[in-house]
Write a protein that binds this ligand. Structure first.
Ligand code: NAD
Length: 482
């Protein structure tokens, strides 16, 4: 594959200018393992310049009326949609995800700007009953400069989720995309810049996590920090932010169960279980990576599931197969060694997909697979594998299903498949997670639905109106008038 056109992918956007860094990093395409671009390698100096630019831009941007900010976001949503071919081609080449999923991600990115564009002028405080002679109220104010550290699995979608909400609320942004995949983010920044976003409102700094990411997390000029990625890096970021008492939103992954009861619509459940783990090669924080199946239907459901997995084809992103590669060689080798260790512990591979003959030899492919016969408490039941690997457990009754569902430190999403209304409600209340979907899974991206974790999955909420509120702080005003 030829190198992608690189303007301005080898630069950082700081204060409205595309700045070259002293050195650059090579980006490889996961579908074939060959270089596709160079990106800037920002460090502490660039972070400092970007935070100062964002600070300078803040007063102007936050003084735009909420309606005017909203109108800018709505216009930008159109610009993203008009550029879908280019953006999706970058996302597909950079992440390896199948082209149709890349196109869907760009559509979702535009929808974030449309949702928060419409919401910008609906955000308000409250009046409060207080003692006589006072008018008391809360104001919702932007934080100021928001630092945002985002991962490689959904660069365009997570850009939309963080940037649209923060801008709508009146903040300015310094964003560090992931070194493994940031070309769509750079293109989005270029488009925003071309749409007359005032200089310094959005600054984008590609680079390594331990350099640009660490410098951003530790910078005293940041007023709010959003992080999406691994729990381990999340801990480092939260510790750095704590030194300056900066509030953080942490989105750290999951080990989400899909619980299928015998009385469920099993056809619908089957589709959702396959989709929930194969999408983006399982590299999704909210992947439905555990299947809990009721004994009474386990044999037939697993037979059908095995048939579906055996037909799953893996190929380069551009081939738009069922499943693309993992993001890089390291993720592939870590996953393969964990799978080998699990097999050595007696875990059985019930079925797996296949690699297309056309799949490039250098691609980081791991075919989708189902693991069964897993010893209780085994690490593959508890820890995120971040690949297209579904682990299966059986249960007899509701209380056992609930115990299995809650037997990880994560708590991001859950799917409950049952026709019993009472059980739907009981489990929705008792499952320890930020979202529960009943007789569906993932609600098609759910931009309107607050999203975030409990426990090791993180804290704070993104998406929906709650996500907008997260980018504001409350000021209480009490005016004595009589
Ligand atoms: P990571 O958490 O290290 O990287 C996420 C982001 O944090 C990237 O932008 C990275 O540059 C940045 N970063 C890395 N080190 C940093 C530091 N010291 N300070 C500040 N920022 C830093 O994730 P990874 O190494 O790319 O992937 C490892 C594992 O993380 C995956 O296997 C998966 O389990 C998990 N992960 C989760 C998500 C998610 O959506 N929750 C996304 C990506 C990866």
């Amino acid at each position: 594959m030829p190198m992608l056109p690189d303007r301005p992918s080898d630069r950082a956007l700081i204060g409205g200018e595309w700045i070259a860094t002293r050195t650059t990093l090579e980006v490889e395409g996961p579908s074939h393992g060959e270089p596709i671009s160079q990106i800037a390698r920002c460090g502490a100096g660039e972070v400092d310049a970007a935070v100062r630019a964002a600070e300078q831009a803040f007063s102007g941007w936050s003084e735009w009326t909420a309606r005017r900010r909203g109108e800018w976001l709505l216009a930008f949503a159109d610009v993203i949609e008009n550029d879908v071919d280019r953006l999706a081609a970058l996302e597909c080449a950079d992440t390896g995800k199948p082209m149709s999923q890349a196109r869907g991600d760009i559509g979702a990115c535009a929808r974030y700007f449309r949702f928060y564009g419409g919401a910008a002028d609906k955000l308000h405080g409250e009046t409060l009953p207080f003692e006589g002679g006072f008018a008391a109220m809360t104001l919702r104010e932007p934080y100021g400069v928001c630092g945002q550290i985002i991962p490689w699995n959904y660069p365009a979608q997570i850009f939309g989720r963080c940037v649209a909400a923060a801008l709508a609320a009146g903040n300015t942004i310094v964003l560090k995309p992931a070194e493994d995949a940031c070309l769509s983010v750079l293109r989005l920044a270029e488009l925003a810049h071309g749409c007359d976003l005032p200089a310094g409102v959005l600054n984008v700094l590609p680079g390594l996590g331990r350099e640009a990411g660490a410098a951003l997390a530790a910078h005293p000029g940041i007023h709010h920090l959003s992080f999406t990625g691994s729990p381990e890096t999340g801990t480092l970021v939260a510790q750095a932010a704590a030194r300056h008492h900066v509030p953080v939103t942490m989105e750290l992954g999951g080990k989400s169960p899909q619980i299928v009861f015998a009385d469920a619509d099993l056809d619908a459940a089957l589709d959702a279980v396959v989709r929930g783990i194969v999408q983006n090669a399982g590299q999704t924080c909210s992947a439905g990576s555990r299947l809990l199946i009721q004994e009474a239907v386990a044999e037939t459901f697993l037979d059908r599931l095995a048939a579906r997995f055996s037909a799953l084809r893996c190929d380069a992103g551009e081939a738009d197969a069922d499943c693309g590669p993992l993001i890089n060689a390291r993720q592939k080798s870590v996953l393969e060694s964990r799978l080998a260790a699990a097999r050595a512990d007696g875990v059985r591979v019930l079925a797996k997909g296949y690699l297309a003959e056309t799949a490039p030899a250098g691609g980081h492919f791991v075919v989708p697979q189902i693991l069964t016969d897993i010893p209780d408490g085994h690490e593959v039941l508890r820890e995120e594998l971040f690949g297209p690997v579904l682990v299966v457990q059986r249960f007899t009754g509701e209380s056992e299903a609930l115990a299995q569902a809650n037997a990880t430190a994560f708590g991001l999403c859950a799917g409950v498949w049952t026709a019993d209304g009472g059980r739907q409600w009981r489990l929705a209340k008792q499952i320890r997670s930020g979202q529960v979907f009943v007789n569906n899974y993932g609600a098609a991206g759910g931009i309107e639905l607050p999203f975030g974790g409990v426990g090791r999955s993180g804290h704070g909420r993104e998406k929906g109106f709650e996500g907008l509120r997260s980018f504001t702080r409350i000021k209480t005003v009490a005016i004595r008038h009589g």
